[in-house]
Every structure is written in structure tokens, then in C-alpha cells.
Design a protein around this ligand. Structure first.
Ligand SMILES: N[C@@H](CCC(=O)N[C@@H](CS)C(=O)NCC(=O)O)C(=O)O
Length: 214
């Protein structure tokens, strides 16, 4: 077996794939796109990471990578329930990617734009949506456990980087105690905390300025 994960230590979607690999102690070779850019570019269909390669088979998209690991390299933790509970897990995975991570990313992308191409109106509208999505999650989450119950699943792999970075961009705040506590539980999970520490030397990459916390 030879699993290779291409990604970057600071990349949110790379964390999402690293968390299940580390949590299950799955052996793999991590290749940073900074050092292995040329071979990565040959393999990645849209130039995005993470990208998993398993004995020559290329698997793109973080959720599909986790689904693939569950099927082909199962470990003690399973990421997607086989029963109907899997539908809720997949739904929440979409919520964390599309409604939290990608909405928060609007502000990051704006930070990378040239000074004369900024879009403050677009950012404010995205932050309004992000606050609404936070409120929705506050109503859905319990006071303990994980996103879809007492098992750490694909949904939590997506939630960890999404809420880690989104909170840097738009504070979740004390008015959303269940969401704040869920983020704190995620950050304390061993695989998530490993991703945070591995990314720490790259914090200067954050275009809006990384806060002095977490
Ligand atoms: N839907 C993709 C999103 C991946 C993604 O946006 N990756 C970012 C890094 S976090 C990336 O590749 N950025 C470089 C680019 O888009 O060219 C997934 O879940 O894997």
C-alpha cells in the first residue's frame, strides 16, 4: 500500500483530509505542494488540494477522499455511517464546506485582491450569510458530542478547519455558546490539534492577519 496526500500545512481542506488519516493512524506520505508542485500539477484535475494518490489511483475532493479512505483503508474510526445516519453526516459536511468555509473564504479572497479591486459590499453580504449559518448551527448542535451525535465523523472533519478559520474572520462569539463550545471541542481533538500545530509556522500566510490566539 502506498498512500500519498498532496496538500499544504496551512490549507483548510488539507486539514480535512489529514484529520481522518491521523486519527486512524493510516500510513501515508505527505507531499507539500510547495515542494512537489510539478508532480502535483500533473495529477490534480483542477489544480486544487488535497489530492490523494493510492497506488496510482487519483482521488480528488476532500469529502470523496474521506469516503474513499472509509471504503478502502478503514480503521478503528468510521467516518460515514452505512445506515440512514450517513445522510445527516453528508448533509452537515456540505454545510461546513459550502455554508461556513466557502462563505468565510469570500473575505480571504477579498484580502488577496489588488487594492483597486476590493469588494467590501460582497464581503459584508457574505458575512451576513455566515452569521445566519452560525445561528442555524447554534440551533442544531447539542451541548456535547460531535456534529451528528456521539461519533466523530466526516462532518467533524469538515467542521474543524471551517470553524477554526471562519472564527478568525467573523467571531462566533459568546451569543452562540453551543457553536463556540463545539469549536473548542474540535480544537482539542488530538488530530485537529496536530493540524493546528503543523500549520502554526505558516500563520503569516493568512492575508487578513492571524489573530493572536488558538
Ligand atoms: N472542494 C475542494 C476544495 C479544495 C480547495 O479549495 N483547496 C484550496 C486549498 S484549501 C486550493 O486548492 N487552493 C488553490 C487553488 O484553488 O488554486 C475540496 O473539498 O477538496
Amino acid at each position: 500500500m502506498s498512500l500519498i496526500l498532496y496538500g499544504h500545512e496551512f490549507s483548510s481542506y488539507t486539514w480535512k483530509a489529514l484529520i481522518p488519516l491521523w486519527a486512524n493512524d493510516t500510513p501515508f506520505d505527505f507531499r507539500s505542494v510547495e515542494q512537489h508542485g510539478a508532480e502535483f500539477a500533473e495529477l490534480a484535475p483542477f489544480g486544487q488540494f488535497p489530492l490523494l494518490v493510492d497506488d496510482g489511483m487519483v482521488v480528488a475532493e476532500s469529502s470523496i477522499i474521506i469516503d474513499y479512505l472509509d471504503r478502502r483503508h478503514p480503521g478503528p474510526n468510521r467516518w460515514i455511517p452505512d445506515d440512514d445516519g450517513g445522510l445527516r453526516v453528508r448533509f452537515l459536511d456540505r454545510v461546513f464546506d459550502s455554508r461556513i468555509m466557502d462563505t468565510a473564504q469570500v473575505a480571504v479572497a477579498n484580502g488577496l485582491r489588488p487594492a483597486d479591486q476590493k469588494d467590501p459590499y460582497g464581503v459584508e453580504k457574505a458575512m451576513e450569510r455566515l452569521r445566519r449559518h452560525y445561528d442555524w448551527l447554534e440551533g442544531e448542535l447539542g451541548t456535547d458530542g460531535w456534529a451528528a451525535g456521539d461519533r466523530f465523523t466526516l462532518a467533524d472533519c469538515a467542521a474543524a478547519p471551517a470553524l477554526f478559520y471562519a472564527d478568525w474572520i467573523e467571531r462566533i462569539g459568546p451569543d452562540r455558546p453551543k457553536l463556540s463550545a463545539y469549536r473548542a471541542r474540535l480544537l482539542a481533538h488530538p488530530a485537529v490539534s496536530r493540524a493546528i500545530e503543523q500549520a502554526r509556522p505558516f500563520r503569516h500566510y493568512f492575508p487578513l492577519g492571524a489573530p493572536d490566539r488558538d
